[in-house]
Design a protein around this ligand. Structure first.
Ligand SMILES: Nc1nc2c(c(=O)[nH]1)N[C@H]1C(S)=C(S)[C@@H](COP(=O)(O)O)O[C@H]1N2
Ligand SMILES: [Mo]
Length: 526
């Protein structure tokens, strides 16, 4: 038992008897006080982040830490369930936790102001630790959370007695209390809004708009006639994916903003001539290539949408790496992005896969910021997690024995060749009886697709029509008209590559090296 608390209860009880109207208001006002102090804390956190130029406001820092700490299974689930919205969902979740924490803080402070101070202090501390321990964390990144904590404590202590006085009964200071609460809310909004505006100083959207890409010295080969059937077949995925529709998978809660005028790529480690190269130097190279390449995520489920095709503009990796003198023993290129991500690419692939490149253009425009502006890697035939480092700032030649990249530390396979795949895009789940056009895409990067077959229920496998092949690194569209009677039908697809290797039937989940199995859909035919 706690005597002071008991006294407090007794006092409350008396107050309640005197003034039954306000029973319970003490709790509500205390909770509200907690929420107001948290709001001011978050606002000050954003403001401080905007002033010091750190991307680690408390919410972002804690969300980033949550991404790092999330077990692979849950991450998989989040990517599969929420897709590109996974980060919004996470940040929303963090805000809900903050809200609950704030309510708890207010309630605790009602009994013991010290407990409230500790709760707010812990909130600031957690943010600071999360920020500093991030892969690119520096002591400066603790500043927003520390200031947020101090502001939160200050507001809590200033507001609590006033709100409590109000709750205890009609009080001449009522107006003053409302003013204090309103002022706190106003301060939170102004600080938070101001912070978000200040953070825009570091945004590179304008610099991206102004960037003039070089013309390719080696443009993409013309697409053969009929290579894109999307206009002719309803529901078929277009051959090239617009940047807006392109899937996005990364761990960045706040998208890295790299100034193209100061960007440079360092090449270090097991190289004879370590050094760096700027964007202007990349643009000025005699070999600027443009290629149509399908990029795929290892987390893609059979039939999933974590794959996209774009026209990439960039500089071939092989010749560039040879200029730096990558040593023969270095079997891994540890690619680093500005947000601390590491992606380990097999050196052999970077040197030998035709069209492996440092890309700065996507579909005729500079890379979108979310897709790695100003420079990312693209290696046809390797899943993104081992090849497609976005916001690239460094390449360290090393060995697979010496260092594990981010995803490999989390159990994913060290080398990630893209598995042959085929997907039904249409129909989705319903169709009208009669002739139904089944259509989709198939890919086997580096080899090319030779055959796509479709089966309805337990029928024969039938050869689908293939659109002409553009390149072996781009997915290939296919379609097949089939007769469907009313009722429920299973439709399956399987592909065979140009080496005669058929897509395996055996179902495997994405972890640890990519999903396998034939895509089968159920169609309700009316
Ligand atoms: N810096 C950075 N680069 C990254 C990632 C990341 O999390 N951070 N994710 C990789 C993964 S898993 C994939 S599938 C591709 C996705 O590229 P996109 O978002 O442009 O489609 O980027 C790769 N490059
Ligand atoms: Mo991925």
């Amino acid at each position: 038992m706690n005597p002071p608390a008991l006294d407090h209860e007794a006092a409350n009880h008396e107050a309640a008897q005197r003034e039954p109207r306000v029973v319970g208001t003490g709790r509500a006002t205390a909770a509200l006080t907690g929420v107001l102090s948290a709001a001011v804390a978050l606002g000050v956190g954003e403001l401080a982040a905007g002033v010091v130029g750190s991307s680690s406001s408390p919410v972002v820092a804690v969300s980033d830490a949550a991404v790092r700490a999330t077990p692979e299974g849950l991450k998989e689930f989040a990517i599969a369930t929420f897709g590109a919205a996974d980060k919004a969902v996470l940040v929303g979740g963090v805000l809900v936790v903050v809200l609950l924490w704030a309510v708890g803080t207010g309630l605790a402070a009602r009994r013991r102001p010290a407990a409230g101070v500790v709760a707010v202090g812990l909130f600031g501390l957690l943010g600071a630790v999360a920020a500093v321990t991030g892969p690119t964390g520096s002591p400066l990144d603790a500043v927003p959370s520390v200031l947020a904590g101090i502001a939160g404590v200050g507001v809590l202590l200033a507001l609590l007695p006033r709100l409590q006085a109000l709750a205890a009964g009609p009080d001449p200071g009522r107006r003053g209390v409302l003013l204090a609460g309103g002022a706190a809310l106003g301060a939170a909004v102004v600080a938070g809004g101001g912070g978000l505006v200040l953070q825009r100083r570091f945004a590179v959207a304008d610099a991206r708009e102004d960037l003039v890409l070089p013309d390719p010295t080696d443009p993409a080969p013309a697409l053969p006639d009929g290579a894109d059937l999307a206009g002719a077949v309803d529901g078929l995925t277009p051959l090239l994916t617009s940047a807006d529709d392109f899937y996005r998978v990364d761990t960045a809660i706040s998208v890295p903003q790299l100034d193209p005028s100061t960007w440079a790529l360092s090449v270090t480690g097991m190289v004879d001539r370590p050094g760096s190269i700027t964007l202007a130097q990349l643009f000025a190279r005699p070999d600027v290539v443009e290629r149509d390449i399908t990029l795929t995520c290892v987390s893609n489920e059979v039939g999933g949408t974590l794959a996209g095709s774009a026209r990439w503009l960039g500089v071939p990796l092989g010749p560039l790496l040879r200029e730096f003198g990558v040593q023969s023993g270095a079997d891994q290129l540890l690619c680093r992005s500005s947000d601390g991500m590491t992606i380990g690419t097999p050196t052999r692939a970077a040197l030998e896969v035709p069209d492996a490149m440092l890309a700065f253009g996507m579909n005729g425009a500079p890379l979108p910021v979310e897709h790695g502006f100003p420079v990312r890697m693209v290696v046809p035939g390797l899943y993104g997690y081992v090849s497609a480092c976005k916001w690239l700032t460094g390449i360290e030649a090393t060995t697979f024995d010496a260092q594990d990249a981010y995803w490999v530390q989390r159990g994913w396979a060290a080398e990630g060749p893209i598995r042959i795949a085929s997907r039904i895009d249409t129909p989705v789940s319903d169709a009208a009886a009669g002739t139904v056009v089944v259509a989709g895409v198939a890919w086997a990067q580096g080899t090319g697709i030779d055959l796509v077959e479709v089966r309805v229920d337990d029928g024969e496998w039938r050869r689908a029509e293939l659109a002409p092949e553009a390149t072996v690194d781009l997915w290939r569209q296919w379609y097949l008209p089939v007769q469907l009677r009313s009722g429920e039908h299973q439709v399956s697809v399987r592909a065979t590559d140009a080496d005669g290797r058929r897509q395996p039937e055996e179902q495997a989940p994405p972890f640890p090296s990519g999903a396998t199995g034939w895509h089968t859909i159920t169609v309700d035919v009316a």
